[in-house]
Design a protein around this ligand. Structure first.
Ligand code: XMP
Length: 528
């Protein structure tokens, strides 16, 4: 792999993603690893990320110069660039000149030939790149002098040395952030480092990922049987499809239909997903059970707890049945598939143990006597890669591109008590909103669009020649990167108008459609 050494900024994961966009496999490792530990991972190249520290700070994470003698190509970025310069004998100074945001760098300022050609000459990192380019900077210290053996490739107003390279030792560095889209040619610079600087080939493709994971799952599982909980979401679906590819009918998927899904979703899982992937599915229709448990409850937290509790119970019963059937037939169920993704692994410290605790938690704490070993075939993947793998495996597009949908489903989108009638009303309104947003081509621009039924609120309306006394529904379209923060989406008025009139014309209980224009914070995405 290409190892991205994380110096504690938010950029390390982004760098790893960009490297993978260049079809080269990449992993994030903490800077606390020693050089032998890093080399034990057999890195094809190393990238030292940016970080919040100043190389002068007392507790500034240092770079062991040994990393530069291992014959592995290294790229330093921002803090990593300064730490590299400093470790190899260059000078880094606190000049008081901060550069933050878009900055123009001058490539090869001393290279007459390159200037005449209006692009940089020289070595791998920036050769052929435009002479002046806009990049994204964020630093207070700057490299004043490059270490011996390095050639200065670029300068900027605040950085006498803004990029350098030592072609012989294959060491490279840049002050700016190539992983950020504001660095106009950032991805090109990263790719030049990978392909020309480190001689790597772009072989990390969905097809290869599948082949690798299929082999890994087979090795892990042997002839034991495997259970997977399917929610209809992207991650569990793709994980199941991958395991199915690896061990075929040793896998049984459990789909708990809690009756809180949107129109068509249960069918999507039961019919389309099964048809496309051939997985063996055990569907548990538990709608009545959930409705009974939710009767008379309108407090949001109580609803969530009830839904979570019932879900675990139902899943557990189904898993027990599968275990019993398998044991009767002389087999053994030992494995549970989880759709854990790479960001979860990194965020929980990257260690195996930490991530497992979190995934167990995701399943919702199965009881001790149901001990499963986890199969996590998506552990190395980012969401966009999961989608690419899913498409390659033939998972239906409607599932691969499904927007996030909360586990408690429509149960937390009915403000008030959840009843079968109210679910019908909300399903009808939601289906219309989704259809129109799709028709308008907005699915990929919008993170998700909850439709919320204000079941305890009534509003007066007029329809035909009569007065109505119905309920409002709220449209909550949001745009977001990761659901931690969000902004309300500026959906075109004509699309909103169509949604509104279709809902009020066809769903008799709803006589008003309102738009939620609150960002997050202060509002959460869901209403409950
Ligand atoms: P909030 O409402 O907290 O939602 O802004 C952030 C994201 O998480 C989803 N969400 C959930 N997902 N179980 C889930 O699996 C839940 O209980 C849950 N609650 C909220 C929400 O749809 C949004 O994408």
């Amino acid at each position: 792999p290409v190892l991205v050494v994380d110096f504690g900024a938010q950029y390390a994961q982004l760098i790893a993603r960009r490297v993978r966009e260049a079809h080269v496999y990449s992993e994030v490792v903490p800077h606390s690893l020693s050089v032998p530990e890093i080399l034990a991972k057999d890195p094809a190249a190393i990238i030292l990320s940016g970080g919040p520290a100043s190389v002068y700070a007392e507790d500034a994470p240092e770079v062991d110069p040994g990393i530069f003698d291992a014959g592995v190509p290294v790229l330093g970025i921002c803090y990593g660039f300064q730490a590299m310069a400093s470790a190899l004998g260059g000078t880094v100074a606190r000049t008081g000149v901060r550069e933050y945001g878009s900055t123009v760098v001058d490539l090869r300022p001393d290279d007459q030939a390159a200037q005449q050609a209006d692009s940089a000459g020289g070595g791998p990192l920036l050769a052929g790149s435009p002479h002046q380019q806009t990049v994204w900077m964020s630093h207070g210290d700057s490299v004043q002098e490059a270490p011996d053996g390095f050639e200065v490739l670029a300068t900027s107003p605040g950085s006498p040395v803004a990029a350098f390279e030592d072609r012989r030792r294959r060491l490279y560095g840049m002050q700016w952030h190539p992983e950020v889209r504001h660095s106009v040619l950032g991805q090109e610079a990263l790719e030049r480092f990978l392909y020309a600087g480190a001689d790597l080939a772009p072989t990390w493709t969905p097809g290869n990922v599948i082949a690798e994971q299929v082999a890994a799952v087979r090795a892990q599982v042997g002839d034991a049987r495997v259970v997977c909980g399917l929610s209809g979401g992207v991650d569990s679906s793709v994980a199941a499809a991958l395991v199915q590819q690896a061990v075929g009918d040793q896998l049984t998927c459990v789909f708990v239909d809690h009756g809180l899904l949107r129109a068509g979703e249960a069918e999507q899982v039961e019919r389309d997903f099964v048809a496309a992937t051939g997985v063996a599915l055990k569907r548990v229709d538990a709608a009545d059970r959930f409705l009974q448990a939710l009767a008379g409850v309108s407090d949001p937290e109580t609803k969530r707890k009830i839904i979570g509790r019932e879900f675990i119970r139902v899943f557990e019963e189904a898993a027990r049945e599968i275990v019993a059937e398998t044991e009767d037939a002389g087999g053994e169920v030992r494995f549970l598939v989880q759709g854990t993704l790479y960001p979860d692994v990194v965020e929980s410290g990257g260690g195996e143990g930490a991530a497992n605790i979190k995934s167990h938690h995701n399943v919702g704490g199965l009881p001790e006597d149901l001990q499963f070993e986890l199969v996590e075939p998506l552990r190395t993947l980012f969401k966009d890669e999961v989608r690419a793998v899913g498409l390659e495996l033939g998972v239906p597009e409607a599932i691969v591109w499904r927007q996030p949908f909360p586990g408690p489903g429509l149960g937390i989108r009915i403000i008030g008590e959840v009843t079968a009638e109210r679910l019908e009303v909300l399903r009808a309104a939601d289906a219309i909103a989704r259809e129109e947003l799709t028709r308008a081509g907005l699915d990929r621009d919008i993170w998700q669009c909850p439709v919320v039924l204000l079941a305890d609120v009534r509003s007066v309306g007029v329809q035909g020649d009569g007065r109505t006394y119905g309920h409002p529904v709220v449209l909550r379209p949001v745009s977001s990167e990761d659901a931690m923060t969000a902004d309300w989406s500026r959906v075109p008025y004509d699309v909103l108008a169509t949604i509104s009139s279709r809902i009020t014309n066809t769903v008799p209980e709803v006589n008003r459609v309102v738009l939620d224009v609150t960002s997050k914070p202060p509002g959460t995405i869901e209403w409950e």
